[in-house]
Design a protein around this ligand. Structure first.
Ligand SMILES: *Cc1c(COP(=O)(O)O)cnc(C)c1O
Length: 463
């Protein structure tokens, strides 16, 4: 297709919204290592491969849209976190980012623990053989049934999130003749996101028990008195997509301050602290995430220093990365359906999925990149917005990006870094069929979560 067929292509400079790539990348065919899973590469004939399998082959075999997950990369990242934190700390993968039984087995193999936050996630974890004592149960409103299931299974910890829950869990554990290991989740008045953190005196959010005003101390006081509970630590989770470690510094300072107060008041040193997850990944070439070993070093130093000052022995640290492990390992493969150039604006590229497989752009204004993966192209860059097929104008997958101006229906394009919070937040909006997750490794692809079918939809519709 000629440039004139896509008048929006060359005119991008007039209309770029603030903060978006002002110039196209030098080479549209290049794959930035930062945003693509580790085995992704382009063959000499131009087709992108993952785990040694061409995306064109994968599209033929499994259809589009599909999440293609690089198993080697997942295992490498899990292992890197495990190794970075070493034997004196625990890494809990946050299952909400993406959970399936295959993922649970990989985590088990690689020595990671697992966070769950619902009965469904707990069942998935247990059914794939994760030992219960390596599971932590989270949530601000766990049902009685969920708590019972977790206590019966013998989960390693339940993270208590409210005063009611302290009593509820103690009661359930007591009635089952058990003593449940628990951490208490507190809010330390730090909210971190990407390059900044906000420290406030009060926490205006649904999670955790505020440190401010002595509520957290009161929660510990009550929990320590209850026979059904074994209070092992304090939990803090400060945000998501964080690059700057200084928010953790303030959080650790405040958590250790509480540990010190607990020691002074009750004469007990709680043996664990959990600093949560939220470590950022590269969604676009502009993002520069830290490596697990740098994060581990920074967090260990912060906690040791704070504990030394407070004259406490250093507790066992745990962290809960979700996105940082699974996010970069998958990309979403779409087929281009329609292409709509809007003069002096941009070109709308519609794909066969959309907000039902990636809600993050609509929900958080998230940024993604995109590449043509079924072939290379030497055509000029055109400014595009990649949109889905849903009946909603906010159905945007990639807000602003560049694709070659000769893009045509039938081309395969891929959005990298969709391993976290895409399949796990996928919906059936417009009765869309949720895409499969295909794990690829060493030249072999296998479905780990199958594509939904119309029978699946009708099975629930019993009216
Ligand atoms: C969401 C969440 C995580 C994981 O966050 P990521 O941004 O995926 O690392 C960890 N811990 C808790 C308590 C969470 O709510």
């Amino acid at each position: 297709m000629s440039r004139s067929a896509h008048p929006a292509g060359p005119r991008h400079a007039d209309v770029l919204p603030e903060g978006h790539p002002s110039a196209p990348p030098a080479d549209l065919n290049a794959l930035d290592r930062k945003v693509w899973a580790s085995t992704v590469t382009r063959t000499p004939d131009g087709v992108v491969t993952v785990g040694g399998v061409e995306v064109t082959t994968l599209a033929e075999e499994f259809g589009t849209p599909a999440y293609l997950l690089d198993e080697t990369d997942f295992r490498e990242r899990a292992r890197a976190w495990r190794t970075a934190f070493g034997p004196d700390a625990d890494v809990f993968y946050a299952g909400k980012a993406f959970l399936s039984r295959a993922v649970v087995r990989w985590l088990h193999d690689e020595g990671l623990n697992l966070d769950v936050c619902s009965g469904g996630e707990l069942t998935t974890a247990l059914s794939a053989g994760m030992p219960a004592d390596r599971i932590a149960f989270h949530g601000n409103n766990k049902s009685v049934e969920e708590i019972e299931a977790a206590v019966r299974a013998g989960v390693g910890r339940i993270v208590l999130d409210s005063f009611q829950e302290i009593v509820r869990v103690a009661h359930i554990a007591g009635s089952l003749g058990k003593r449940q290991r628990v951490q208490i989740r507190i809010t330390v008045g730090v909210e971190a996101h990407t390059h900044e953190f906000i420290a406030t005196a009060h926490e205006d959010q649904k999670f955790g028990i505020p440190l401010a005003g002595g509520q957290a101390a009161e929660a510990v006081r009550r929990a320590l008195q209850l026979d059904g509970l074994d209070v092992v630590g304090i939990h803090s989770h400060i945000g998501s997509q964080i690059f700057d470690m200084s928010g953790f510094e303030v959080a650790a300072h405040r958590v250790v301050g509480l540990l010190k107060d607990i020691r002074d008041e009750h004469g007990v040193e709680l043996p664990e602290i959990d600093l949560g997850g939220g470590l950022g990944i590269a969604y676009t070439s502009d993002d520069d995430p830290r490596e697990p070993h740098e994060i581990a070093k920074a967090l260990n130093e912060i906690v040791s220093r704070e504990c030394e000052r407070a004259q406490l022995s250093t507790p066992r640290i745990s962290v809960e990365p979700g996105r940082a492990i699974v996010g970069p390992t998958a990309f979403t493969l779409y087929e281009v359906g329609t292409i709509k150039p809007l003069e002096n604006l941009r070109t709308y590229v519609s794909v066969d999925g959309g907000m039902s497989d990636n809600i993050r752009t609509a929900l958080y204004d998230a940024e993604y990149s995109v590449a043509l993966v079924s072939r290379t192209s030497e055509a000029a860059p055109m400014l595009v917005r990649v949109v889905g097929k849903h009946c909603e104008s906010g159905d945007i997958v990639v807000k602003d990006a560049f694709l070659p101006a000769d893009l045509a229906p039938g081309d395969l394009i891929a959005v990298p870094a969709t391993g976290a919070y895409c399949r796990s937040m996928a919906s059936n909006y417009n009765h869309a069929l949720r895409p499969p997750v295909v794990a690829v490794r060493d030249g072999e692809a296998r479905v780990i979560v199958r594509r939904e079918t119309e029978e699946d939809l009708l099975r629930l519709d019993v009216g």
